[in-house]
Design a protein around this ligand. Structure first.
Ligand code: KIV
Length: 278
């Protein structure tokens, strides 16, 4: 448990000290509180909530209203972690003005510390405008899930020379635009190392190897709560899903056997009162 708030300035400070940044996603109050109490540096309300919380096939159906709703809940459970909200698909693609207005909604309505946007060179002007509005931005390149239809699936990015060069260009462009950190998703570890060495802002890897300046995982993957699909880069640190299933099975059994609720879970009533009921 840490008792110091992680601020936007800590991103560069951590990188300068060589201290790794630990980020996890969170989508609700009780999980945010547990993770914040555990001392995680940053919480991301990822639009992955479309899959983990809402049961969609990908993130494309997630709306601003979904994101604001979950981010408000996470905010209430977060004391020290740096809170980032993902800007959902189409909330920052149409015009820069709309992007700034939507980013501002996260700050004003859900009290986030920053927003995250997917994209590199093509998002640089948008990032600049959001930063100009005094809203810190975390960028995200590599396997950007909102581009799943363009990629033709969830595939590792940056393996060819052209792709790798483009990702380096993207990383430099978003840094230049004012991003305070950058998520590198599903790219070769050695490319992530090159990018991390070229940047002053920290890289937060997910499926990008050990040489990033920090790591992020989707909480449901990390604690074994999401059975639909587990990417290769996920390490399961707990088997909470199995525990929940086992608990639910025991609950059902005990209801049927009469073992639950026991006397310790039951409220009494005076006999005098009870007699008058018959
Ligand atoms: O939506 C999300 O959870 C993300 C992380 C996986 C980086 O973008």
């Amino acid at each position: 448990m840490k008792d110091k708030k992680f601020t936007v300035r800590d991103f560069k400070a951590f990188k300068a000290r060589g201290e790794k940044i630990a980020m996890l996603t969170a989508y609700d109050y009780s999980m945010a509180k547990l993770l914040d109490d555990a001392g995680v540096d940053s919480l991301l309300v990822g639009d992955s909530l479309g899959m983990t919380m809402l049961g969609y096939e990908n993130t494309l159906q997630v709306t601003m209203e979904d994101m604001i709703h979950h981010t408000k809940a996470v905010r209430r459970g977060t004391k020290n972690a740096f809170l980032i909200a993902d800007m959902p698909f189409l909330s920052y693609h149409i015009t820069i003005e709309e992007a700034v207005r939507n980013a501002g909604r996260f700050v004003r309505e859900a009290l986030t510390d920053a927003v995250k946007v997917e994209g590199g060179v093509e998002m640089a002007e948008t990032i600049k405008a959001i930063v100009r509005a005094q809203i810190p931005v975390v960028a995200h390149i590599g396997l950007t899930p909102q581009s799943v239809n363009v990629f033709g699936g969830f595939k590792v990015q940056g393996k060819s020379l052209d792709q790798a060069k483009k990702l380096i260009e993207d990383a430099l462009a978003v840094q230049e635009a004012g991003a305070c950190a950058i998520v590198l998703e599903c790219i070769p570890a050695k490319l992530a190392k090159v990018i991390s060495e070229k940047l002053e802002i920290p890289t937060i890897g997910i499926g990008a190897g050990p040489d990033c300046d920090g790591q992020v995982l989707v909480i449901q993957d990390m604690i074994g709560m999401f059975k639909t699909f587990t990417p290769k880069f996920v390490k399961q640190f707990a088997s909470v899903g199995e525990q929940i299933e086992a608990a639910a099975e025991t609950y059902i059994r005990e209801i049927n056997s009469g073992a639950f609720p026991g006397p310790e879970h039951t409220f009494g009533i005076d006999d005098e009162v009870l007699e008058k009921l018959y």
